[in-house]
Ligand binder design. Structure first.
Ligand SMILES: [Zn+2]
Length: 337
């Protein structure tokens, strides 16, 4: 049941390229082999976060060969030593046939879908310290979430919003029309404040991640609780973003490795530990385990907590495919001890 079973040559791949020059200049020097890209280039208008000189972007579906050609050309440098291409975000879209036989798949957040923020994190959760030496907290949800859907409007490719959304903390929200189907798979839901269009999914933390297998990288281990920070590395070429960077930066999310579960997992489950957390470790004990966290620190600690990876089991996945749910991205999972 490894991801190796997934036929990679069939998986649909899309790429979002950012260049350092305007579209017309790029088209002029583009080799004929990149004709698939030439027509997709469009100029970005200079703005607050966009450089003064016009630059171009392109979103395009690519074969492995086309991707390699585009990146090779993108690495060529101009007179100032800067690569033509500034960054590439590569996304693999696994379809039903690609995931055939997978008992569990990762539920991924589509790159282009914004995560609508939660306005009332600090009152929706009650936090207690989980460790005396680090800022890990246990978060128990005590109120319904107030989600700012307006902040994530204008999702390209979807009328209104997708039917499944992640918040920045990766709470899962789903269009209410899926509630009966989810209920049939014993997935619990809770309402949201201010809307009946979506509900929140209540997802148990049950999947053990292999923190030492790429793309996960273990970080500092807390001497108090023994827990590690886990980062998911998406950067596969180049340096992290910097204002004066001159090279090409390529990011692509890769399948995670999990410890095979002993028993059948629920229809939806989360990883037992968060990833990409930013937890401070203190030189000496600072908290009392189990004691409440001061209210003025709740928001910051929830933001720094990272997020748990969501997984979906085969029977629910099959039902969602059958019913044509949209806005979902899946990724195979590697099972290994
Ligand atoms: Zn700790």
């Amino acid at each position: 049941m490894a991801a190796g079973n997934v036929s990679e040559d069939r998986v649909r791949t899309s790429a979002y390229f950012q260049f350092r020059e305007p579209a017309a200049a790029l088209r002029e020097r583009m080799p004929p082999s990149l004709s698939f890209l030439a027509g997709k280039l469009s100029d970005r208008r200079p703005g607050k976060f966009i450089p003064r000189s016009p630059t171009a972007t392109a979103e395009v579906e690519v074969t492995p060969g086309e991707l390699e050609d585009a990146l090779t050309w993108g690495r060529t440098t101009d007179a100032k030593g800067r690569t033509l291409m500034k960054s590439a975000f590569i996304e693999d879209h696994y379809g039903r046939e690609d995931l055939d036989g997978q008992k569990l798949v990762e539920l991924a957040k589509p790159i282009r879908v914004e995560a609508p923020p939660v306005r009332n994190l600090e009152t929706a959760y009650r936090l207690t310290w989980e460790c005396s030496r680090c800022d890990r907290v246990r978060a128990r949800q005590v109120g319904d979430l107030d989600v700012d859907f307006e902040a994530a409007l204008d999702v390209p490719g979807f009328r209104h919003h997708p039917e499944l959304l992640f918040t920045p903390g990766r709470e899962l929200l789903v269009a209410r029309k899926w509630q009966p189907l989810l209920k049939a798979h014993r997935v619990a839901t809770r309402p949201l404040l201010g809307t009946t269009n979506y509900v929140q999914l209540v997802v148990p933390e049950a999947v053990l991640l292999q923190a030492e297998r790429p793309p996960l990288v273990p970080g500092d281990r807390c001497p108090g609780c023994g827990e590690m920070t886990i980062d998911r590395i998406e950067l596969i070429e180049g340096d992290p973003p910097a204002i004066d960077s001159t090279g090409l930066r390529v990011t692509r999310e890769q399948p995670l490795t999990i410890v095979p579960p002993e028993a059948d997992l629920p229809a939806l489950s989360m990883s037992t530990r968060p990833i990409d957390d930013l937890v401070d470790i203190h030189p000496r004990p600072e908290h009392r385990v189990g004691e409440g966290v001061p209210a003025d620190r709740a928001k910051e600690l929830l933001d720094r907590r990272g997020w748990n990876v969501a997984f979906i089991s085969e029977p629910l996945l099959a039902s969602l495919w059958d019913e044509g749910a949209t806005g979902l991205e899946y990724r195979p999972v590697v099972r290994d001890r």
